[in-house]
Design a protein around this ligand. Structure first.
Ligand code: KIV
Ligand code: ZN
Length: 506
């Protein structure tokens, strides 16, 4: 059986999407889960982009043991050297260097000739090989590059020592037929191609990233670049979970090809990303959306009950979604809670477990049945509290007053390390008043871009999950908060976003 290498770029291309920024701890947490998922290569970041990027690539390289850790670098010596420094500690490492090859990019972006471009490819790949045995070369905008020149670019990279040749559809312009033909041309015409792995990197601007990746596989590509939940620049990249489950489910077409992905970890990985970034997974998202395995109509329900295959082409369990969920309640003990948390992927120490157990008991007093999603929300709050530093603002207390014949008022007390600050504000509603009070305390103005609240579970006594998106002149920041009190949940979500904004300001 041949293997398709899964190259995950959630932490680089994915993180480049607006609102998906993660801090160092969050990236390391995500990287460890990607390793558990079994990705062959993870692109940990773009080490030369900033000090923060360098630090996170390095931190990931230092902890990840089984996946290859890769850093992106422009085809410039200074980027390549920086990448090599960041990945030095990795058990397996790769430098991924790129330069655009389309005439459009050469003329209007790089202002160089094709000859200069080939020279830069030769120098960059040779330079990268001095630091790392595994060197990937990408021809940015490959799908809009003259095919003859594209083949020359790849030949140059292979001659200089590249071990992987990546074919990006950078702007998501290609169609499956066309992209398959480009990969075939590269496979058939490039000298030395048999010595390297050919890779695809497809963007989703026309909604074709996964279809194009499969066309690339059929034409001979043996590495696919993709991200969890398709996050990435603009409309995103090819979705890892769709490629992997496509290969598993359609063995009739892709029979001889397998991946090393532990598919039962897929749902957990997608949910971790959503929790960390504060971006909800769309209910209809293939494989990992809430509705992906829900059968609403009577005819479908009847069919699935008689034989699951009537309407299910893969089992929910195969992607890590447990169908039968035993509900915990106020009489459940700490051991039952611990077992369930482990099933959900939270291996807490005894202090953490005691804290989540206390929160669980308090919630069970207000809510009859505690579901997995409630428990995940409680465990995440604990993880967030543990990871938060003394330099971050935390909620101490709040009082909010509102009514239909009065302005809402909010009095909020926040703490940061030993500092405790209280402010009051009025607003047209309680959330607005609370957010104004926070803004006064942190002394930094922001724009509220988006605010959403959803019940974690279906019943009246559900936990409320609040997603907040704010922006300032430097960027966009998201936060997520969970509480049975929607105002508390809103303040907690805002504080996550605010702390990210203040960290980015440094
Ligand atoms: O989309 C693209 O071309 C890229 C390259 C850097 C591989 O992300
Ligand atoms: Zn890309």
């Amino acid at each position: 059986m041949e293997t398709i290498q899964i190259f995950d770029t959630t932490l680089r291309d994915g993180e480049q999407a607006p609102g998906y920024a993660m801090n160092l701890d969050e990236k390391v947490r995500m990287a460890l889960q990607l390793e558990t998922l079994g990705v062959d290569i993870m692109e940990a970041g773009f080490a030369a982009a900033s000090e923060g990027d360098f630090a996170s690539v390095k931190a990931i390289a230092d902890v990840v043991k089984t996946s290859t850790v890769c850093s992106l670098a422009r085809a410039l010596e200074k980027d390549i050297v920086r990448s090599s420094e960041a990945i030095k500690g990795a058990a397996r490492s790769r430098i991924h260097t790129f330069i655009a090859t389309s005439d459009l990019h050469l003329k209007y972006k790089l202002h160089i000739s094709r000859t200069d471009c080939l020279k830069q490819i030769r120098q960059a790949v040779a330079c990268a090989r001095k630091y790392c045995e595994d060197v990937e070369f990408s021809a940015e905008d490959a799908s809009r590059t003259n095919v003859d020149f594209l083949c020359r670019a790849y030949e140059t990279a292979i001659a200089a020592g590249a071990t992987v040749i990546n074919i990006p559809d950078t702007v998501g312009y290609s169609t499956p037929e066309e992209f398959g033909a480009i990969v075939s041309s590269v496979m058939n015409r490039v000298k030395g191609i048999e010595k390297v792995t050919v890779s695809t990197h497809c963007h989703d601007d026309l909604g074709l990233a996964v279809a194009n990746s499969f066309a690339g596989i059929r034409a001979g590509a043996r590495q696919v670049e993709c991200t969890i939940c398709a996050i990435g620049e603009r409309a995103g990249n090819a979705a890892l979970e769709e490629i992997v489950m496509g290969l598993c489910t359609r063995k009739d077409i892709y029979g001889g090809l397998a991946t090393r992905i532990r598919t039962e970890e897929i749902a957990r990985t997608a949910h971790l990303l959503s929790t960390i970034t504060g971006v909800r997974i769309a209910p209809g998202k293939a494989i990992v959306g809430r509705n992906a395995f829900v059968h609403e109509s009577g005819i479908h329900q009847h069919g699935v009950l008689s034989k699951a295959e009537t309407y299910e082409i893969m089992t929910p369990e195969s992607v890590g979604i447990k169908q039968t969920e035993l509900v915990l309640g106020k009489h459940s003990g700490q051991h039952a809670l611990e077992t369930r948390l482990k099933d959900l992927g939270y291996d807490l120490d005894s202090k953490g477990l005691a804290e989540v157990f206390a929160a669980f008991k308090a919630l069970a007093d207000r809510k009859k049945q505690i579901t997995n999603r409630d428990l995940a929300a409680l465990a995440e709050s604990r993880v967030a509290a543990k990871n938060s530093s003394a330099k971050e603002w935390k909620l101490d207390s709040f009082v909010v007053n509102s009514g239909n014949h009065m302005s809402a008022t909010a009095q909020i007390t926040l703490v940061k390390g030993k500092k405790r600050v209280q402010e009051a504000a009025i607003g047209s509603g309680p959330i607005y008043a609370a957010f104004r009070a926070v803004e006064k305390i942190i002394r930094h103005r922001f724009i509220l871009e988006d605010y959403r609240i959803e019940a974690v579970t279906e019943r009246r006594d559900a936990l409320g999950e609040v997603m907040v998106k704010i922006s300032d002149s430097k960027g966009t920041y998201r936060g997520r908060g969970v509480s049975t009190d929607v105002i508390e949940g809103s303040i907690l979500a805002l504080l996550v976003a605010v702390n990210r904004m203040l960290e980015a300001k440094k």
